[in-house]
Write a protein that binds this ligand. Sequence first.
Ligand code: FES
Length: 142
Amino acid sequence: MNAQYSEKVMDHFMNPRNVGEIPDADGVGSVGNPVCGDIMKMYIKVKDGVIEDAKFKTFGCGAAIATSSMATELIKGKTIDEALKLTNAAVAEALGGLPRVKMHCSVLAEEAVQMAIDDYLKKTTGKGLEIKHHEHEEAHKC
Ligand code: FES
């Protein structure tokens, strides 16, 4: 369909994994890109410090859908600490790369994971993360 996207990106866009909600989620994170208006919502289920399940809903571009799909795949089975290390670059790499102009879309996936974990930590420990949002100019460009 589009030569600038890898096969993996197209696969995760056309057949996204883990779409939906987790009604009794332990953490829910919601992020939006103010420039394009795209929104991503991430749900996680945690047991003994391990992410047992993750689901997402993304109202956004193809790259945002593909990166949220891949992000849920990558964090499932990981500990909270491991999942916190997931970067947007790692998500993009797992997808076989993204066009440069679409890298900012992967930032939403990284931030949605962090927000869901932040919510989980606030609920369980009363203290969330000190979230540093991406400040580089690429983050909120569409
Ligand atoms: S996240 Fe807005 S264009 Fe991709």
